[in-house]
Design a protein around this ligand. Structure first.
Ligand code: ZN
Ligand code: ZN
Length: 344
């Protein structure tokens, strides 16, 4: 039934909007997930810091279970001692004693995603300006099969390559970025999604894109598309999966073992015209200013500098990584002007 509808749409060159049909189970699943991540359930910094600690403890436990002692030690050391530059109410900069650079480490993932943002945001702004394109966030999914993560990732990336070669894609998009997200449903089945920032040259009916995706995957038409209003937010949304490719707290030792086997798999990349644009792109001073919102300027801050948010002088607090959530809590609840001096 669905196929017939798609075929009709594909042959209909007038591109009339298609009446929405009742959603299939998989679509409902995706839509819930997407809206959930897009709503970005607002958690406080302290809650997020506490979650990172829990994730890390969980990972250390799994690594020990697998007798990966070296990995467990590295994870435990990573961000275990911190030098926190603060005015008492705001945290301007956190310098860790050590970073493990393990791909599932939530602290290192945050750093990695910030790096990607400061690298690609100026290029994206430049590209949008020069090529007159509008960014969209596209989520592509595939049906699940009996395969491991590596095979699943390869399958969806190969589908994307085929999609890019098609006339429809080339007529409507000028490249973009992709990142991989792995999820597991409650039945333990792997789902792999591609999150894409696509630079759209002109509007199209989403049903046409569904038909194209079905044509390259052979069995999947489930996708989600939304316009990106603010490219900084859109990029942050997409690189989130680089720092958090999967829900680690639902991870077992077997999952970690499998992930360790994926060593060289890329989780983020650029493609099409945007990829070529990035190769030659040199950020101007204006672009550098635009990135300052990503805290990259905080690199130059030292003790005694004015807090970028309130101008009070910054001082250096030493604490353990485990104390950070509590410190965030204190900054969140302290009234304006009140400086938390009870630390150190
Ligand atoms: Zn780390
Ligand atoms: Zn401040």
């Amino acid at each position: 039934m669905r196929q017939a509808t798609l075929a009709t749409v594909l042959t209909d060159s007038r591109c009339l909007p298609v009446a929405s049909e009742s959603k299939s189970a998989s679509q409902t699943y995706l839509d819930k997930r997407v809206t959930k991540s897009q709503r970005g359930t607002k958690r406080t910094r302290s809650q997020r810091a506490r979650e990172r600690l829990q994730t890390k403890e969980h990972l250390v436990g799994l690594a020990r279970e697998l007798h990966e002692g070296e990995l467990a030690d590295k994870l435990e050391r990573c961000h275990s001692r911190l030098s926190v530059l603060t005015c008492g109410r705001h945290i301007a900069r956190i310098i860790p004693n050590f970073t493990c650079e393990f791909r599932l480490c939530p602290d290192c993932g945050r750093r990695r995603s910030r790096k990607l943002q400061s690298k690609y945001l100026p290029a994206m702004r430049g590209f949008m300006l020069h090529r007159k394109v509008t960014p969209v966030h596209l989520v592509l999914t595939q049906t699940h099969r009996k395969e491991n993560r590596k095979q699943s990732a390869k399958r969806i990336k190969d589908s994307l390559t085929r999609l890019q070669r098609r006339e429809f894609w080339q007529n409507h998009f000028k490249g973009g970025t992709w990142s991989l997200e792995f999820t597991k449903d409650k039945n333990g089945l792997h789902h792999t999604h591609l999150h894409i920032i696509g630079f759209r040259r002109k509007f199209f009916d989403i049903e046409l894109l569904r038909g194209e995706w079905l044509a390259v995957t052979g069995d999947s038409h489930v996708l989600h598309l939304k316009q990106i209003q603010d490219i900084a937010t859109g990029l942050r949304e997409v690189v989130k999966y680089v720092s958090k490719p999967l829900d680690i707290r639902r991870f077992g030792a077997e999952d970690l073992k499998e992930f360790l086997g994926l060593k060289n798999m890329r989780m983020f990349g650029t493609f099409g015209e945007f990829r070529d644009f990035c190769k030659d792109f040199e950020p101007s001073d204006n672009d550098a200013a635009a990135v300052s919102e990503l805290e990259s300027f905080s690199r130059d801050l030292v003790e005694g500098c004015a807090c970028p948010q309130c101008n009070e002088p910054l001082f250096d607090l030493r604490m353990s990584g485990k104390e950070l959530p509590q410190f965030y809590e204190q900054t969140e609840s302290s009234p304006p002007g009140k400086v938390g001096t009870s630390w150190n």
